[in-house]
Design a protein around this ligand. Structure first.
Ligand SMILES: [Zn+2]
Length: 284
């Protein structure tokens, strides 16, 4: 599932590609994922210009000049693929990949470009809402502060930790209602770099450890954005290309391999229904 860095990469790319374009068509072969209904969605977006792109948590938001917004969640296997007029007329090997081959919905723009929503598992969704109502949507109003928010300084982060003394830190990091944006890949990397056992209870974290988790969270997420996300499996950007943070992963999906710090073995176990990867020697 794309996490904060992958969604941010998509939003930054689309900001350059679709802002200023007018939507002239929309199609879907999986209308169950289109809200409030395919007909209402189409009626609300056709003829409208895209005026801004933004990210809230893992949601991608296209603001339209009509005062409405398109909210998109990619869920497990969603990809947004932008095809310029030029690209559409020449076959691109990146778009030919299997992971990009499940186009369920598509937008057509006035310059003959297209934005395709490929989604193998079909859990992704699109919704049309008033721009003023975006923050009130059930999925969005429940989100905690963004992991990269300028308002999330260490003091605030520490206060938020203080609200969850009995949580295991490895589970808490995945809780989008607590802090939004971190998923399975980055929680393992953050806790490894911070040297913290994923099962450690928040109340047992010393001040230095809490600081380290905060610093590594910010540093790793920013580095991952710089490297255009992690494509350890099927994440692709809007050109159908892979990110490159997977080349810098230290523990995620590396169970059985040697720890880069101590040469002990990296282990995995289920924590919060997802696998966490860690080094029992380095993480206390
Ligand atoms: Zn180690």
């Amino acid at each position: 599932m794309p996490e904060l860095p992958e969604v941010q990469t998509i939003v930054s790319d689309l900001d350059k590609k679709v802002v200023g374009l007018t939507i002239v068509g929309f199609g879907s072969v999986w209308k169950k994922s289109v809200r409030p209904s395919l007909a209402k969605f189409k009626k609300g977006i056709i003829g409208e210009k895209v005026v801004a792109l933004r990210r809230v948590g893992k949601h991608i938001i296209l603001d339209l000049d009509s005062g409405s917004s398109i909210v998109i969640h990619l869920k497990m296997t969603g990809h947004l693929l932008f095809k310029s007029k030029k690209l559409r007329s020449s076959a691109s090997k990146f778009f030919g990949e299997r992971v990009n081959g499940y186009v369920r919905h598509w937008f057509e723009f006035d310059d003959n470009s297209r934005l395709e929503f490929s989604d193998m598992r079909k859990f992704g969704w699109l919704a049309l809402v008033k721009t003023s109502e975006v923050e009130k949507m059930k999925e969005i109003s429940q989100l905690g502060i963004d992991a990269l928010s300028v308002d999330l300084n260490f003091k605030r982060f520490d206060e938020l930790l203080g609200l969850k003394p009995k949580s295991k830190i490895g589970i808490l990091l995945l809780d989008q209602k607590w802090v939004a944006g971190i998923g399975n890949i980055y929680r393992s990397e953050i806790l490894f770099e911070a040297g913290i056992n994923p099962e450690k209870l928040v109340k047992d974290l010393k001040i230095g450890e809490r600081k380290k988790i905060y610093q590594e969270m910010r540093r790793i997420l920013r580095k991952a954005i710089k490297l255009r996300g992690t494509s350890d499996s099927d994440y692709r950007d809007t050109d159908g290309q892979k990110g490159s943070f997977q080349n810098f992963l230290k523990v995620y999906r590396k169970n059985g391999e040697l720890c880069p710090n101590c040469e002990g073995k990296i282990k995995r176990f289920k924590l919060g229904q997802r696998s966490v990867f860690w080094c029992p020697k380095c993480q206390k």
